[in-house]
Design a protein around this ligand. Structure first.
Ligand code: UD1
Ligand code: CA
Length: 443
């Protein structure tokens, strides 16, 4: 039977106090919506439909997108996708984009609970603190009869700790018949998707419940819960890195993104941040206090302490990048070194080249970016400015302190420096004169 998944991503998210729509806030460098989409797309023997608000037009993900003009509640949001539901024959999953940790297995299990007589299934969880969640109200036989939102619940209902995750599965054939009966006569004046339970019961259907761990269905309504989700995400990412053979000296100080890849026998010292798009191959050593994003560290590279790798930094095998070195959009060949205080932006460094302390690739003229090409085995002395576009040939040698503006051929020496003047005895004479003057003043 084919599956349609509807992801609800509109909604006011007023408790976030943000200009950014709630579901676009990131956890592990990926939006809440992105987490949910990556899970439901795996379940996609069918299609995915996203319901967004009009101010979220930027969220065009290649999926089917419906716009909910006004945020009148979760049932109203599902009905924004009415057209997709009406033409679907099979099962429909409804998931909330503010619930980032849902697993594929749980979704499959929920869907598996659907039958002809039970065309609706609800995913519930035992809440440590049920505040804010809808409560699952069951009859004496243990069957689900209704879901009560906190604001509508009696004191007795509020004591229930078995809560609604928001995830539901429907048989498409009866779904619109249920949703169209949902009203908005409640404390918030909204069309609640959760009322589908009472409506289905009144139409003579049964409703199934499946339970999952709370961690999986943590709903993000506030910045506090966003931080809680980040902590859960980081805990799992650290465990995964350790399980896959990396050494983390202080795991609680290392921050990963959703797509960070870490190889075996990688050592990561304290205080390292991985932004999105970083791949670390085997045997790499990352020393303390580094920040990376969009970078590839190949086998045996050594980076840090205090190094910054920005998008397009591609470090070849055994490359050394030392303290206070920034690399952006540069491919660095095997064994090359930039050990101290340098900016390498836009270009290439050949194998085995040595970049001295204080070297700058002057890549920007205020209007456009230009490339620097350093050949294999070239030696760039300390405090050199390479004014791009520029090519330094293989094996060339650049004298310290030079500002290089013209290409340098292979194996040449380039030097750009005023001749040094030496005046023997000058300093001693100067000192004597100054001491005399001071003595005359204080007499
Ligand atoms: C909802 C459930 C509650 C459940 C909780 C689990 C309802 C009425 N309540 O409450 O029972 O315990 O989730 O986290 O369903 N959205 C829209 N359009 C709207 C309103 C919401 O697209 O008009 C989207 C939001 O972006 C969000 C999701 O639906 O992703 C849930 O909305 P939210 O307002 O967070 O519902 P809760 O109050 O958390
Ligand atoms: Ca929510």
């Amino acid at each position: 039977m084919s599956l349609l998944t509807i992801v609800l991503a509109a909604g006011k998210g007023t408790r976030m106090k943000s200009a950014l729509p709630k579901v676009l806030h990131p956890v592990g460098g990926l939006s809440l919506l992105g987490h949910v989409l990556s899970t439901v797309k795996l379940a996609s023997d069918g299609q995915v439909a996203i319901v967004i608000a009009p101010d979220m037009a930027a969220v065009r993900t290649g999926s089917l997108v419906f716009t909910q003009a006004q945020q009148l509640g979760t049932a109203h949001a599902v009905l924004a996708a009415r057209e997709a539901i009406a033409r679907h024959t099979g099962d429909v999953l409804v998931v909330f984009a503010d619930t980032p940790f849902l697993s594929l297995e749980t979704l499959e299990q929920l869907r598996g609970a659907l039958t002809e007589r039970t065309p609706l299934a609800v995913l519930g969880f035992e809440a440590a603190d049920p505040t804010g969640y809808g409560r699952l109200v069951r009859d004496a036989a243990g069957d689900l009869v209704a879901i009560r939102e906190e604001k509508d619940a009696s004191a007795e209902e509020r004591r229930i700790t078995f809560c609604c995750s928001g995830v539901m599965a429907f048989r498409a054939g009866v779904m619109l018949g249920i949703l169209d009966q949902i009203g908005h006569g409640n404390a918030q004046g909204e069309y609640y998707l959760t009322d589908a339970v009472a409506v289905a019961r009144s139409q003579g259907f049964r409703v199934a419940t499946i339970a999952c761990p709370q961690d999986e269905v943590l709903g993000i309504n506030s910045r506090g819960q966003l931080a809680e989700a980040e902590a859960i995400f980081q805990g799992r990412a650290r465990e995964r890195a350790l399980a896959e053979g990396a050494t983390l000296i202080a795991p609680e100080t290392v921050w990963f993104s959703h797509d960070t890849t870490i190889g075996r026998d990688v050592t990561i010292e304290p205080n390292v941040f991985f932004g999105p798009g970083v791949t670390v191959e085997n045997d790499v050593v990352i020393r303390a206090n580094c920040h990376f994003e969009g970078a590839h560290l190949r086998r045996g590279a050594r980076v840090g302490p205090f190094a910054r790798l920005r998008p397009g930094a591609d470090l070849g095998p055994d490359v050394h990048i030392g303290n206070f070195v920034e690399v952006k959009n540069v491919k660095i060949g095997a064994g090359a070194k930039a050990n101290h205080l340098a900016y390498l932006g836009d270009g290439r460094v050949g194998e085995g080249a040595n970049i001295g302390a204080g070297t700058i690739f002057c890549n920007y003229d205020g209007y456009s970016k230009h490339l620097t090409d350093v050949g294999t085995g070239a030696f760039i002395g300390s405090n050199v400015s390479l004014v791009a576009p520029i090519r330094i040939g293989d094996g060339a040698y650049i004298g310290s302190g030079s500002v290089i503006t013209r290409d340098v051929p292979a194996d040449a020496l380039a030097l750009e420096r005023s001749p040094q003047e030496v005046r023997p005895g000058w300093a001693a004479k100067f000192r004597t004169m100054m001491m005399r003057r001071r003595a005359a003043r204080t007499k």
